[in-house]
Design a protein around this ligand. Sequence first.
Ligand code: PRX
Length: 631
Amino acid sequence: MNPFEITTYKEYQDSYENAKNNPERFWDDIASHYSWQKKWSKTLNWDFKGPKISWFEDGKLNITENCLDRHLKKNGESTALIWEPNNPKEPELRMSYYELHSAVCRFANVLKSRGIKKGDRVAIYMPMIPELTIGVLACARIGAIHSVVFAGFSSQALTDRINDSTCCAVLTSDGMYRGAKNLAIKTTVDEALKSCPSVKTVVVVKRDNRNIQWTHGRDIWHHEAVENISDFCPAEAMDSEDVLFILYTSGSTGKPKGVVHTCGGYMVYAGYSFKNVFQYKAGDIYWCTADVGWVTGHSYIIYGPLLNCATTLMFEGIPTWPTASRFWEICDKYSVNQFYTAPTAIRSLMALGNKWVEGFSLKNLKVIGSVGEPINKEAWDWYDKMIGKSNCPIVDTWWQTETGGIMISGLGNLSEQKPTFAGKPLPGIEPVLLDINGREILDDGIEGHLCVKFPWPSMLRTIYGNHQRCKDVYFSNYDGYYFTGDGAKREEGMYRIIGRVDDVINVSGHRFGTAEIENAINSSTLVTESAVVGYPHAIKGQGIYAFISLEAGDHNEIDVNNSIISAVVGSIGHIAKPDIIQIAPGLPKTRSGKIMRRILRKIAEGNTKDMGDTSTLLDPSVIDSLIKGKK
Ligand code: PRX
């Protein structure tokens, strides 16, 4: 049996047992599937206390050789990338493995010509265009560490991320298209770079041909730079534990954290999980609708598919433009076989009605996937019936930026399905549910904190520049376990993810720390204090509810709302705008000054019958006024 390619449920079960009983041998077998410049000497060294985790020690590799060079001999002419532009009237682009390899090497040589080298950090702030994928791989080719920042983040958020890891370059474009919008992305970069002294190079891809400001000596056009440059670029020899990328994600406290992934382990797991979860077969057309700005795009638009010599489709636009049929049009246009999206997209398309789906055959779909947030039964059923035509397995994939790859999920059509349950762990993954005392919950149906008790190759290694934070957030809540921050329960070996148990809100599959949004709101001069909680939202999964205390004086509500919204948009971006703002005479605080969020959550949910113990509140009458003022 080849565990890289699990083809029956029995093989899944056997692989699971093998991985549990002899993890090093299991992962050795999987890793041997890739090409290494030098074989590793030790498969695994680990200690969750440090934490100190290393996989495939002393191994040398380059992930781009595995994504590209390895396929050239036999499959150089196969399509690696299909790019569907925002505007359906614009022609699509197809790149073979040869072409992608050549484009990556050219871009890599451009980076080198600017003095960028192994270990340097490069920020990528780009729309969903082929140069984004090429730029990511170009960094990996020369051993530069990519830090992709979702292009919906504000200039301030970009500044913070660039400075946190002192990036020396930014890859971007002049403008970008998103549905009916045409946005000035380079202007955002220029604004961000006013406070980023480390950035010496900005590579600009021409996308919409708009007039842009130019900083001579710093800015270069991508199309000019790649023109007269060699497409021969040897792949840098990377140690398994050298950093491949940093990706920022929100936690319950402080600023977003730079999650660090390393070359060897990430590669091994991204390829293995892609192959098995999606049951990808040669010739299939695979489409993940995520943005490369999030981890899903890293692992399952770029690395996972290319490691498997797959054809990966990249879409620049949005599901509802020009019409709400766009996803299904694309599925039919390219005969998509595997389709991977988020519950928010499913719910919003479901809400617009079946007429947008009817008339599309979707007949090539073999596996449809979901990621990013819990999928409710109604959305699951609609996805199953309307998109899968009751004939496609749904893989509800649970994982995180920190896990690097899918941890809990069905494997294509091999696994049994249970709506709203993500399913069983992949072979090599050992999840557990812990109670608040840190004891493993063995019985079915009881909710606990989801943890993992054994390392896997693509787990985060650290938080960039702050190892202590990595230890505190993930390895200190429960001794000897990786703590996910999620609550879950189990039935017959299948896991149902309930949601975050920390102060993280998951809005449309995007993670925000409540503290992060509060800090943004508090920067408005009108605000003295704020508290942000999540509440159930029919489309977004969770919405953002902000309770605000204002400076003394008369305030016009519209002005207050505008000031708060612009504070959030400026410091984080449109995606973090509060859905509901309630001006409150006071916030419910304990005598020691701590805000009782539990109470605010209940008010936001409209669940005010039983407030629980409020005896520690400094002023219990605050509750009534908050309930009266509920929006
Ligand atoms: O709460 C879980 C939720 O998304 C969180 C991870 O967010 P992020 O790092 O941004 O990565 C999202 C894409 C991998 C998790 O802690 N989550 C992710 N997938 C699921 C999910 N919740 C329920 N079901 C899922 N399938």
